[in-house]
Design a protein around this ligand. Structure first.
Ligand code: ADP
Length: 540
């Protein structure tokens, strides 16, 4: 017997409808590329998304066709996003920081038909244009601009296209299982792979992300997504903001620390999301500019491990609670989030701090397990000590990669994340490494993340990556690649001494190499593959 309740498909368009109906005048403020600010609200976003949807309709595309965006976090990007998915097409957000060959690869793989882009990316598009004949229409997300037209003559301009379109549009009642968007993994581990999200998976992920033990959002929040919309939907920010009716402050292309401090202070941002390298520069800028970021009460950090020193600095210097989360493109991205439980409230401050260092526990809708991949995926115990391969299941986890025939799961239906972790009985995860970044020294594993965290805790170090270098006797040994802080004079010996008594002697790195900057991936993560290429033979 079926229940007798209404059935309404879970659709991305319903998020925008909700925001426009009940949070119409909540501000959405974005920074334009020229530094000026643009002010609108959810009603404005909704009506222009509908104008864009009417324009898309005139193109007579087929449902499910892919439409790509190559854009910063700004209001037009949000409008096109909702217009594309809401109309039944697939919104493919492209990461402009990929190498040109990877860009060509993913645009061809997705067979995108239309490309919406910000002006900044004209040179990038010109460089790859002849390799992407599948793009039939190039739309610049701006008003008419002579220099863009000269540089890329086939360009048409967003504002001209939508201005004559009606702001009324009935979003189609799609099947909730239809695809709504497409993101590619950033290729840290090889060729980018497409993950095709559905309306249903996106909505369920959005519900889970808003919860108190996730991002803890409400309509009082003013949210600054620093993580770009091309990095797994800015971790869902434009969706959760619409569901909760949050205000959005969109940073455009200005992701440097000084610009972020200014945005946070001027617009009284309460919550912000980004990868650790972003927070590192925010902290330096805030100190330099003498700001205590008074409005910011929490920041979400994920994408790579958050160094404990960062959580401490945010709390002591800025009275800001850092929410450490773990996720991946294949998980939409939210997998686990760290919030204390009721039973932790009686612990001492130090004990609570120790709980908060981990990547957290799964929200409802996600299940995680640890297995020994070298031993037939034998399940491991959740005793907080044993480490193994982290596998995941849930409503918003990939089933198969875009365009691939094979299911991406183990025989018993789990997705192997490629991460190595331990987990306690409450499901609090500790990611020790990516499987390929672990260092195998004389048959024993060393976690590069643990060694990085120690280096990062040194006041004279700004950033540190630890890689496995080939070693004639031990196969691999850890080597630290570090950037000194601007004020810091530190020698190799001093940094190596800093490791004494913090870890076992045999785990202390063999060498420190100081560099001016650590190469970052398209999503702001340290490019360890490149570092291994450059310094992997330094001990031979
Ligand atoms: P890519 O796989 O292309 O780098 P993703 O952004 O999907 O792109 O990266 C997901 C990976 O990032 C995870 O598998 C994990 O290794 C790492 N990661 C994400 N969040 C954390 C975190 N909080 N701590 C440690 N590693 C993390």
């Amino acid at each position: 017997m079926y229940g007798q309740m209404m059935y309404q498909p879970l659709l991305v368009s319903s998020l925008l409808e909700h925001a426009a109906n009940y949070h119409a005048d909540t501000p959405i403020i974005s920074k334009n590329t020229d530094g000026s600010m643009h002010h609108t609200d959810w009603a404005g976003i909704s009506s222009r998304a509908k104008q864009c949807a009417n324009f898309l309709k005139s193109l007579h595309l087929e449902q499910g066709d892919r439409i790509a965006t190559l854009a910063w976090n700004n209001h037009r990007h949000i409008e096109t996003w909702y217009a594309i998915s809401g109309s039944g097409y697939v919104c493919h957000t492209i990461n402009p920081r990929l190498f040109p060959e990877q860009l060509i690869y993913i645009i061809q793989d997705a067979q995108d038909k239309v490309l919406f882009f910000d002006q900044t990316f004209v040179p990038l598009i010109n460089a790859i244009k002849k390799h992407i004949p599948n793009i039939e229409l190039f739309i610049c997300l701006d008003t008419y601009n002579e220099s863009v037209k000269e540089a890329l003559p086939e360009t048409v301009f967003y504002e001209e296209l939508i201005q004559s379109q009606s702001g009324h549009f009935d979003w189609p009642e799609l099947d909730e299982l239809c695809a709504s968007s497409l993101c590619y993994t950033s290729g840290t581990t090889g060729n980018p792979k497409g993950v095709l999200y559905s309306h249903r998976s996106t909505l369920l992920h959005t519900f889970a992300s808003c919860l108190p033990d996730s991002l803890n959002l409400s309509s009082k929040d003013i949210m600054l997504p620093v993580v770009p919309m091309f990095h797994v939907h800015a971790w869902g920010s434009p969706y959760v903001a619409a569901m909760m009716g949050c205000s959005l402050i969109l940073p455009g292309s200005a992701l440097d620390g000084d610009s972020l401090v200014q945005l946070i202070d001027q617009y009284k941002v309460t919550v912000s999301l980004g990868v650790p390298t972003i927070w590192q520069s925010l902290i330096s800028s805030a100190k330099k500019l003498n700001s205590t970021l008074p409005s910011l009460n929490r920041n979400v950090v994920g994408g790579s491990a958050c160094p404990p020193s960062m959580i401490e600095t945010f709390k002591t210097d800025f009275n800001c609670d850092t929410i450490h989360a773990w996720g991946m493109t294949e998980a939409s991205p939210l997998g686990t989030v760290n919030h204390l439980k009721g039973k932790h409230l009686n612990l001492s401050k130090t004990e609570q701090f120790n709980v908060r260092l981990s990547q957290g526990r799964p929200p409802f809708g996600i299940r995680i397990r640890l297995v020994d991949a070298e031993n037939d995926n034998k399940p491991l115990s959740n005793n907080g000590i044993e480490t193994g391969n982290l596998q995941i299941q849930g409503h918003w986890i990939v089933n198969r990669y875009y365009g691939q025939e094979n299911i991406a799961l183990t025989e018993d239906g789990w997705f192997d994340t490629g991460d190595i972790a331990s987990m306690n009985q409450d499901g609090f995860l500790n990611i020790s490494d990516r499987a390929k970044d672990l260092i195998k020294s004389g048959g024993e594993w060393i976690s590069s993340v643990e060694l990085e965290n120690i280096a990062m805790a040194h006041p004279k170090i700004d950033m540190a990556a630890v890689i496995a270098a080939y070693h004639p006797r031990w196969d691999e040994r850890p080597v630290v690649i570090a950037v000194k802080s601007t004020t810091g004079q530190i020698t190799e010996t001093e940094l190596l001494e800093f490791y004494q008594d913090k870890i076992a002697k045999w785990q202390i790195p063999d060498k420190v190499i100081f560099v001016d900057a650590i190469p970052l991936s398209g999503t702001g993560k340290m490019l360890k593959r490149k570092l291994r290429e450059d310094y992997g033979n330094t001990l031979i």
